[in-house]
Design a binder for this molecule. Sequence first.
Ligand code: ZN
Length: 314
Amino acid sequence: MLLLFMHVLTHALVGAVIVFLLKDARNLSIPKKIILSVIGGFAGILPDTLGVRTSTPWSHSILFAPIFVLPVALITKKIFREIIWWKIWIILTSATIVGHIIVDFLTHEVSLIYPLSQKQYAYVIFEAGDPWVWFPLMITLIIVIFSSKHSMKSIIIVLLLVGSYMGIRSYSKSELTSKLEEYYGEKNAIILVSPPGENLMNIKNPLEYLKWSYDLYSEQRIIRGFSPLLGDSLENHTNLYYPEPKPVEVSINGPYRSGEDPSFNVIREVRKSGNYYLVCIEENHNDPRIFRQEIDGRWIEVQGTEKLRVLDYS
Ligand SMILES: [Zn+2]
């Protein structure tokens, strides 16, 4: 609930800050600035008021935005007679596109260019309720409303700040993805790196937004865990090994493993003289079993002296 509120707040604040890029907005009285920021905030949440994004794909299309923003722009013109109508139209369209559609695109899938393509696009790099985004925007909005002197400067600063934060997140995500690929060396693995879901984090702690949740699915392994935004440690909370290789299947909810073939818990990973071993425990068994990764990414069980050696290492 709180996360949903912060999510909506982010859309509204981006929309509200964007409208103050309009030169005419800077010389308005404080009450008029407050009204304008409310309208900008509304433009930022407008697509979600037009229906669920899956059933009304046009509501999240940048091509349709100028059309459904038009009535809002015409009503706004009635309040702000001093501003030319098409300027209002352009700035509110920008508030909707940046404040909503782009924010959504960076947090989940949207039909970005419907009807040119029915496809849903996403580049998930942050959680829309992230306080590291809405907090600086809120401060900026207060400055902009109550001081006309520094408004342009503070808008540019906050946009640069939020932009750099997104840049860092995007870089960190691609670094972590390639690290997981190289570190585990699984062939045909599906790797997902995303902000942790509501159930995986304490949403009231701002530091929790500075970590990633990852899932690696391959023919023989499922590895899931957390990694910090800055830094490259991997903290697994799930580490399973499947003796029987099976291709990974993908549904709209993400990758999964069909059937219920037995899995082993990986209790330790041993990397020694160029070899990579898993020390596994089968359910209801005490005896560890050791598997070694081959060059093709597959795993084979090792026995005898090699097994004893690996157990010695660990
Ligand atoms: Zn939306």
